[in-house]
Design a protein around this ligand. Structure first.
Ligand code: EPU
Length: 338
């Protein structure tokens, strides 16, 4: 495995931040992961920083250690039963390519998650979700290289402790595992999920007469393309913040003051649309240098070209302060800051 030096990470993060890695490698197998840990380029007790699709990170500094890109590939049907097909996907596969593979093969369950940037290996980390579906709904198990034990272990859906944009890999086991493959349990008979947001409206616009997973995927792609910036054109990492959950009592009093506030019942309170809060604070379409808040979706921060990670981070802090001041709600960043 080749280790390169002083490599720009610009092509490897969807924010398009031009930070440098002192050392850079690509791995394609568990053997190569093991080799990484024996690398003379790692200082004692230092771990490589693993990058997948680079779609959920903000690089605020040059990285003085070893960055390793997951390039493990392969999609394989491992078993069937009456209702389901089980598909094991190597962590380095592109998420949307995997969704298209499912649609081509008529495997249902991930069509609402079309066009989410990033790799399959990153998808369980933050339990990716969109349009009423989360990865936990189709997740069967994953395999991950345990850095402490230097061996591959298997995690079931319960063991991943999935929550809203959360898993055990972002909390208790942060930095301890390298996900190597994810196995999905997909439906042979689709159970269409079109209740969320604008899907039905988009299907009507498309004049769909017979519902199919391909039609839902197309509708989701159209909706996403209409309001989310394409990272190939404008750097971004999707939603920069999570939608916060606040106590019901706080929501009731905010609703009196701000009748248009957008919120949905959640497990332990009300989940409020962070995009709405940010827009009300006047940030939508804001730009300072090359760092900005997207004009069509205020939850998405963007890099118009040469913004530094620290500038985007500073903008996010200003946004958080103003939302707290106006609404008394602390936003939480969804993107990992490095
Ligand atoms: N809204 C505004 N102004 C804005 C943006 C949104 O008022 O600038 C309001 C909308 O009017 C709507 C509500 O906020 O009533 C929700 O907006 P939207 O449907 O666009 O979804 P979101 O809550 O902003 C979440 C996910 C997205 C996912 C969409 C669709 C999070 C943090 N984000 O966004 O996921 O695509 O729902 O399911 O939960 C991502 O995680 O990177 C991501 C893009």
């Amino acid at each position: 495995m080749q280790i390169q030096q002083n490599i720009s990470l610009k092509p490897y993060n969807t924010f398009g931040i031009d930070a440098t890695a002192k050392y850079f490698a690509r791995f394609t197998s568990v053997d190569e992961i093991e080799q990484l840990f024996d690398s003379p380029f790692l200082k004692e007790n230092e771990h490589p920083f693993i990058i997948g699709g680079g779609s959920n990170i903000l690089l605020t500094l040059d990285y003085s250690g070893l960055v390793a890109k997951n390039e493990m590939h392969g999609i394989e049907v491992i078993k069937h039963d009456e209702k389901y097909v089980y598909v094991r996907v190597a962590a380095g596969e592109n998420w949307h390519q995997f969704v298209l593979y499912c649609i081509d093969n008529n495997f249902a369950g991930v069509e609402n998650l079309s066009l989410i940037p990033g790799s399959v290996g990153a998808s369980p980390m933050q339990n990716i979700g969109a349009y009423g579906v989360e990865i936990k709904d189709v997740f069967y198990e994953l395999e991950a290289f345990d850095i402490n034990e230097r061996q591959v272990s298997t995690f079931t859906v319960q063991e991943c402790e999935f929550g809203y944009r959360e898993s055990i890999f972002k909390r208790k086991y942060k930095g301890r595992h390298i996900i190597t493959s994810v196995t999905f349990r997909l439906n042979k008979q689709p159970a269409f999920n079109i209740s969320y947001g604008a899907i039905q409206q988009e299907l009507d616009k498309m004049h769909i007469e017979e519902l199919s997973i391909a039609a839902i995927s197309r509708a989701v792609i159209n909706i996403r393309q209409s309001k989310l910036p394409d990272p190939k054109e404008i750097g971004n990492a999707g939603s920069f913040f999570k939608n916060p959950t606040i106590p019901q009592s706080q929501f009731v009093s905010l609703k009196k003051e701000f009748p248009a506030i957008v919120g949905h019942p959640a497990n332990n309170g009300v989940k409020v649309a962070a995009g709405w809060l940010i827009e009300q604070c006047g940030w939508k379409g804001y730009r300072k240098g090359d760092a900005g808040c997207h004009a069509k979706q205020a939850l998405v921060l963007v890099n118009y070209g040469d913004a530094k990670g620290s500038e985007i981070l500073a903008l996010s802090t200003e946004i958080m302060k103003s939302v707290e001041l106006k609404f008394g709600i602390m936003l939480e960043r969804e993107v990992n800051i490095l």
